[in-house]
Design a protein around this ligand. Structure first.
Ligand SMILES: Cc1ncc(COP(=O)(O)O)c(C=O)c1O
Length: 373
């Protein structure tokens, strides 16, 4: 066995720090905002890239009782972490797998009539009313019962009698667009379906939906991104605490002494006098290639723009404006942090903060700080 006395953080190209106390504070803020409704927590995609194994207990300690993930396998992992929690599987019932959901006490979100029929039949066969949510599509046209299926269920709700109905849910398509009329339209369609279906709890709001006001809260809110510090109100300041910091290491400093270009494709011209720092983060780490010539990193209070293309393991940044000698091999550059939030990196990359977080690389030395003791 090989051993090394050097700490992982010294060996790693970059260090990702995840603040579990900030995640818990975000949960508490959202929870207070939706009270008396319950606040669930969405933990899919490894808690949006932050690490479900660490984030789930932190949220549970902060008071969360209901959790949603996308996949059955994610639910099985989460069940081992939180034996008592209610866990909903947003991607629904995988055909032929009902027994796996029951074994791990996972509640499928039944997204279409066939899934309701399969779960109801499984419940009858087990002679047990097993928990499930029912998803009503009110305008997303992605998952959930469409209008004809909702009408059929209203006409004959008997399959719901075979299962333990934890609630109806629906999902907003434009919750983060302040001027969009669609959230109100979706809410009214949801209400009208609820009025005609057998009574159960209801859940509509994602993170941004929570900030649209109490008429979107129903009984259970389902925030994801805001827990992790993404701004749920992009039209105003971010009310959420920052949860993530990424520092990447300088590998080499180049003093350019003749005219040339930098990086693949020779896209960026450089002239004598330019100084370049080459940093150990690349698209294989989730530093998206679209940040080529568009992103920037920070050394203390000084910004250094990414020049040339982002490559698999490396970026090159222009440090000509920094004092000579300020940056050297081993210096850490702030890639995500107080000067560059995930939302800002996303806007430079032409994407959304969700994609920045869920792409966070597996090669980083990961430090989770705070959290339950
Ligand atoms: C059905 C459903 N509910 C809730 C969420 C959480 O949304 P957000 O991360 O925008 O809060 C998602 C995430 O995409 C979702 O698909």
């Amino acid at each position: 066995m090989t051993t090394s006395s050097t700490p992982a953080e010294a060996r790693a190209g970059a260090i990702l720090t995840i603040d579990l106390d900030a995640v818990a504070a975000n949960y508490r803020l959202l929870s207070e905002r939706v009270a008396p409704a319950e606040c669930a927590a969405v933990l899919k995609a490894d808690a949006y890239g932050l690490g479900m194994v660490q984030v789930a207990p932190a949220l549970s300690a902060a008071g969360a009782r209901t959790f949603f993930v996308a996949h059955l396998e994610e639910g099985i992992t989460l069940r081992a972490l939180l034996p008592e929690a209610t866990i909903g599987i947003l991607n629904g019932l995988m055909p032929g797998c009902a027994a796996d959901y029951a074994q791990h006490r996972l509640a499928p979100v039944l997204n279409h009539a066939g899934a309701i029929a399969e779960w109801a039949a499984f419940c009858r066969q087990q002679q047990k009313r097993l928990p499930a949510f029912v998803h009503i599509d009110t305008g997303m046209n992605r998952l959930g019962l469409g209008p004809a299926e909702v009408a059929a269920l209203i006409a004959d709700p008997s399959p719901l009698g075979d299962l333990e109905l934890l609630g109806y849910l629906s999902h907003l398509a434009t919750a983060d667009e302040v001027d969009s009329p669609l959230p109100g339209v979706q809410r009214d369609r949801f209400r009208s379906a609820l009025d005609r279906l057998p009574p159960a709890r209801a859940s509509l709001a994602n993170s941004s939906g929570i900030f649209r006001g109490a008429q979107f809260h129903f009984d259970l809110a389902r925030p994801g991104c805001a827990l992790y510090g993404i701004n749920p109100t992009p039209e105003t300041g971010n009310p959420m605490a920052r949860t993530v910091r990424l520092d990447a290491r300088v590998l080499q400093v180049r003093h350019i002494d003749s005219t040339g270009t930098v990086g693949y494709g020779a896209t960026h011209p450089v002239s004598p006098g330019t100084r370049i720092a080459t940093i150990a983060v690349g698209y294989a780490d989730g530093y998206l290639r679209s940040l080529s010539g568009a992103g920037s990193v920070w050394f203390g209070e000084q910004e250094a723009p990414v020049i040339g293309r982002v490559s698999m393991d490396l970026i090159t940044v222009d440090i000509t404006r920094l004092p000579d000698g300020a940056v050297h091999p081993g210096t850490l550059a702030e890639v995500i942090g107080p000067h560059r939030t995930p939302d800002q990196v996303a806007s430079e990359a032409g994407t959304i903060g969700y994609e920045i977080l869920t792409s966070l690389g597996r090669r980083y030395a990961r430090r989770h700080v705070g959290g339950p003791q």
